[in-house]
Design a protein around this ligand. Structure first.
Ligand code: SAH
Ligand code: SF4
Length: 356
């Protein structure tokens, strides 16, 4: 898909034509300009040639069919991945649930967190805002094709977007925010700001900029360690932005926006999952609008990356997770545990693109 010539192709047309074209792509999710019957046949043909809508992707569906992963090949041949997670709401079966798309913001990532498959790839380039939107468009089209009987209890369109795929969104701040504005636009995707979340490894400039932005989307911080030393070992970026300074920026963000902030904590066996770690975590998370999101570590099989052989991390055992949670509960820390989607399709950060 490439819309970079759209304005040029429609240059001689009345102005509303451009809005019509954007609506067709961002709201009606057409996959070929021939569907845009409000344009002349010649214009449709020209658009198909100069602004192709086809999205090249390989798709993996999990056995439970509650998650779908797509590896999209961009115009320059680079690959990114995006995941659709479909939640039914068991407490409210009469409602239609949620469809969350997890999007990538960069090809690869320069931050090299030790536990992350994307980090191992290194950094290739930033995505344009259109390439970010392309991922949501891909699943919007996918959901449009599913018949009603298949969606019973599920939402029929994309309801939530999380910037938790490959890459660090705050190192591509402007394109990420541009894409969010279009997702939020009622003329296009019409996804509410409360249903859009951005996760950062702790880029302080980004947290500050977001505090001043009128778009009050949800902010998540990748914490993964309860102290500066361990965080620095797992996440090299912690040397530039130490834990205490990240937390200070978050407090300023909360003061300005009055929004809750989620702290992601991946439980890695014998690395950050001891009782001591839980107690340390409780000490720094004991603030009003903080909450912890526990994530089970998704192992990166060492055979896929020989460089990892010496430091292969493993997910925490069920007993250790339980103990960890018990301590957070005892110390009255608000936390949630992320439901595991699609273990069988490597539904974690960067694991599809990096799989051979
Ligand atoms: N770069 C941003 C956003 C993308 S990563 C960030 O790091 O916040 C989305 C989340 O998945 C982050 O919390 C990241 O730390 C986590 N993650 C990375 N690798 C993982 C793995 N192998 N298993 C589980 N979670 C992982
Ligand atoms: Fe980059 Fe996030 Fe992966 Fe760290 S966890 S390497 S910041 S994508």
């Amino acid at each position: 898909m490439d819309l970079s010539n759209l304005e040029k192709v429609l240059e001689g047309e009345p102005k509303y034509r451009l809005n019509q074209a954007r609506e067709a792509v961002y709201k009606n999710f057409i996959s070929d300009w021939s569907e845009a019957t409000f344009f002349s046949v010649e214009l449709r043909e020209k658009l198909n040639k100069e602004c192709p809508l086809e999205i090249k992707a390989d798709v993996l569906v999990s056995k439970k069919e509650d998650s779908v992963k797509a590896r999209i090949t961009l115009e320059d041949g680079m690959m990114i991945e995006t995941v659709l997670m479909r939640h039914k709401d068991p407490l409210r079966p009469e409602t239609s649930g949620r469809n969350t798309v997890c999007v990538s913001s960069q090809v690869g990532c320069p931050l090299g967190c030790l536990f992350c498959a994307t980090g191992k790839m290194g950094f290739k380039r930033n995505l344009t805002s259109e390439e970010i939107l392309e991922q949501v468009i891909f699943f919007s089209r996918y959901l449009k094709k599913i018949t009603l009987s298949e969606v019973e209890g599920f939402a029929i369109s994309v309801t939530n977007v999380t910037y938790m795929g490959m890459g660090e969104p705050f190192l591509n701040y402007d394109n990420v925010l541009d894409s969010i504005r279009i997702l939020n636009d009622y003329k296009y995707f019409n996804i509410g700001v409360r249903s859009i979340s951005v996760s950062t490894a702790g880029i302080i400039e980004g947290i500050k900029k977001l505090s001043d932005d009128p778009l009050h989307i949800n902010l998540a911080i990748s914490l993964h360690a309860p102290n500066n030393k361990l965080r620095g070992e797992l996440m090299p970026i912690n040397k530039k932005y130490p834990l205490a300074e990240v937390l200070k920026a978050v407090d300023q963000y909360i003061e300005k926006t009055k929004r809750k902030v989620m702290f992601e904590y991946v439980l890695i066996k014998d690395v950050n999952d001891s009782e001591e770690h839980a107690r340390e975590l409780a000490k720094i998370m004991n603030k009003k609008l903080y909450f912890v999101n526990l994530i089970l570590y998704n192992a990166i099989p060492p055979q896929r990356d020989p460089a990892l052989a010496g430091q292969a991390f493993e997910p925490s055992t069920t007993e250790r997770v339980k103990k960890f949670r018990d301590i957070l509960e005892e110390l009255k820390i608000r936390y949630t545990q992320r439901y595991r989607f699609g273990d069988d399709i490597n539904a974690a950060c960067g694991q599809f693109v990096t799989s051979k």
